[in-house]
Design a protein around this ligand. Structure first.
Ligand code: SF4
Length: 313
């Protein structure tokens, strides 16, 4: 018998799919991949979804980079001294390769960098692989699995090109049951079940996901900085940790844009604090304008669409 699995992100579309699965009357499981870079409202929303709806409790999976960190620590202790890297730098980096238990941070330390639009390894490593290995794989041993995904064509041109159904390389089938839904239909099913939307939507967030997402837009970054400055502080700390753990001694959450037009610090690498200040004032920073104009606004290119995108229609 086909087993049904709904991937939940805490956002509106995956919640709509969870509610739709309940309406179908079929038994199903629901899973949330905790990246470690989520807002506390999202954790609370996902944790209590079953109480608010009467549906199944959402299971939580987390990636574990203990082995990758150990492998990289061994490598740097062996190779960096041969490259003339000072012992103090090697020892500091090695010490920072102890697992922190935060998947996002551990992934970045093990890679020596943050993900970017051009190297968006976060979605796969933090969501797709843990869900596939920890949940889908074991389910497949008991029979076929149908994954229900909260992907809508209106989110992006890339998503509009995806099929309604397809085989996934894990061996499961994936289905996008709300593919043609409008945003109004998404809110309607929330209303039908008396479910409040994730409060982040009423706090100026266009999408729910990492706080912030590497794909966020200028306006989202500004809104996060104004309402949740502690999350910017956390990313700033992470930038320092990831920088000290790699031999370039630098790491920026957003791609390291060097901005020759920055009025205060021309040609410097742009850590998140600089980008936040710029997002509030818009002063200087032509390169930043170009960078953020190209931002996708959230979402990911993966087949499973596990990161929510912003609406384009
Ligand atoms: S929400 Fe953004 S930062 Fe987080 S895993 Fe998805 S693409 Fe990466």
């Amino acid at each position: 018998m086909t087993q049904h699995l709904v991937s939940v992100s805490g956002g509106k579309d995956s919640t709509a799919v969870y509610l739709l699965a309940m309406e179908s009357g079929r038994p199903f499981r629901a899973v949330f991949a905790d990246t470690g870079n989520e807002h506390e409202q999202t954790y609370e929303y996902v944790d209590r979804l079953h109480e608010r709806t009467g549906g199944p409790k959402v299971e939580v999976v987390r990636a574990d980079f203990t082995k990758e960190l150990a492998r990289h620590r061994e490598y740097l202790l062996r190779e960096w001294p041969k490259q003339g890297i000072p012992d103090a730098v090697v020892q500091e980096a090695a010490a920072l390769h102890e697992p922190t238990g935060n998947p996002y941070l551990d992934l970045c330390i093990s890679k020596g960098r943050f993900p970017s639009r051009m190297a968006q390894f976060c979605t796969g490593e933090l969501k797709e692989i843990p869900i596939t290995t920890q949940v889908v794989g074991p389910m497949l041993r008991n029979g076929p699995v149908l994954q229900w995904l909260g992907i809508r064509a209106a989110e992006s041109r890339n998503r509009a090109r995806q099929p309604r159904y397809n085989h996934h390389e894990s061996g499961s089938m994936v289905w996008r049951p709300i593919f043609r839904w409008s945003i109004d239909q998404v809110w309607d099913i929330h209303k039908r079940h008396g479910i409040e939307r994730n409060p982040l939507y009423t706090m100026g967030m266009g999408r729910v996901g990492c706080m912030p997402c590497i794909n966020c837009r200028k306006s989202e970054l500004r809104a996060i900085a104004l309402q949740f400055p502690e999350h910017i502080d956390r990313i700033e700390r992470w930038e320092s940790i990831v920088a000290a753990a790699n031999k370039r001694r630098s790491a920026t959450f957003f791609p390291a844009v060097t901005d020759p037009t920055d009025v205060d610090r021309p040609g410097t690498y742009s850590r998140i604090r600089t980008l936040v200040e710029w997002s509030k004032t818009g002063r200087g920073g032509r390169q930043y304008d170009m960078f953020f104009a190209q931002q996708a606004g959230g979402g990911c290119a993966s087949d499973l669409g596990l990161c929510e995108g912003a609406d384009h229609g």
